[in-house]
Design a protein around this ligand. Structure first.
Ligand code: 0O2
Length: 273
């Protein structure tokens, strides 16, 4: 039997996980910059440890020299969504925006596993650019809600604690809690639009505040200090009231003041010339 150089074998998987996680984080950032709701709440990734690979290979009867071809989740990405409705948005995004071949999809969201497990799995083939050229690496992308993830984490821990033989009374509890999480996800879906509106308003409000503060900072460099101090005090006074409309008006007036100063400095520069 050939000697297995695990570190070397796992290198393209490490690369794949790093690149995919970065890609999803960039997508998330892109939504934030545009001030749009992002269906991705969180993303993480891991490369399966060698003992886990060996244990799974033994469990599934996969010959060690075939794990690269037959084990789908050596590179694993997990995407967490707030709502069930976000899951198809994320799967569409993966199909349309990431240059990867999708080899298989498993919908355990609409078809819960007998264990109670729910999640959407996509098996992708990713081109990892290694020193030896492009290597096609399989990656499993799990997409699930916060609730589904909470359940899976607890159940996974229990599986290991009981060595994959969970006692019946605990198994029953897991099944009933899986159903409770399904109900909870359903209830949250009903208020998804309201929650999304609230989150979007919060993002936009924070962006407006950042812009105002940056304008005040710029004014400090070119305008009369006393005047900037007065502007800043007014900003804090309005901020205390939490009145968004008043803050918006203040922002517009501030833009006009800043515009005035900019025009003045252009005039002065022209005179100097
Ligand atoms: P770990 O420890 O998380 O890495 P198959 O093609 O069906 O023979 P596979 O890979 O078992 O092979 O496919 P499946 O069933 O889609 O499972 C892939 C992964 O999904 C698992 O990897 C788990 O991470 C997760 N998963 C699947 N079923 C369950 C479940 O009942 N409970 C929990 N908590 N997670 C589940 P691993 O390698 O089995 O586990």
């Amino acid at each position: 039997m050939e000697i297995h150089l695990w570190k070397e074998f796992l290198e393209p998987y490490e690369l794949t996980v790093r690149e995919l996680v970065t890609r999803f984080r960039q997508i998330k950032k892109g939504y934030r910059i545009r001030g749009e709701y992002c269906p991705i709440e969180d993303v993480s990734g891991r490369v399966k440890s060698v003992p886990s690979i060996l244990a799974k290979a033994q469990r599934k009867g996969i010959p060690i020299e075939r794990v690269g071809e037959e084990m789908n989740d050596i590179a694993g990405i997990r995407i967490i969504c707030q709502f069930v409705e976000d899951i198809p948005l994320v799967t569409a995004l993966i199909r349309d925006q990431l240059e990867m071949e999708i080899l298989d999809e498993r919908d355990y969201v609409t078809r819960m596993k007998d264990s109670g497990y729910r999640s959407y799995h996509m098996i992708a083939s990713y081109d990892a650019h290694t020193l030896d050229g492009i290597k096609k690496v399989r990656a499993e992308i799990q997409i699930r809600t916060l609730g589904m993830d909470f359940w899976a984490t607890i159940e996974h821990g229990l599986q290991y604690k009981y060595n994959f033989g969970i006692p019946e009374h605990i198994f029953d509890k897991l099944i009933s809690s899986a159903k409770a999480i399904e109900d909870l996800d359903g209830e949250l879906s009903a208020v998804r639009n309201d929650i999304m509106d609230a989150q979007n308003s919060m993002i936009m409000y924070n962006e407006m505040i950042s812009e105002i503060l940056s304008t005040i900072e710029n004014l400090y460099r070119i305008a009369n200090v006393r005047e900037v101090e007065k502007i800043q005090n007014e900003f804090y006074r309005i901020y205390e009231t939490g009145d968004t409309e008043q803050m918006r008006r203040f922002g517009r007036e501030l833009d006009m003041i800043a515009e005035g100063y900019r025009a003045q400095s252009v005039e002065t520069d022209e005179k100097k010339i």
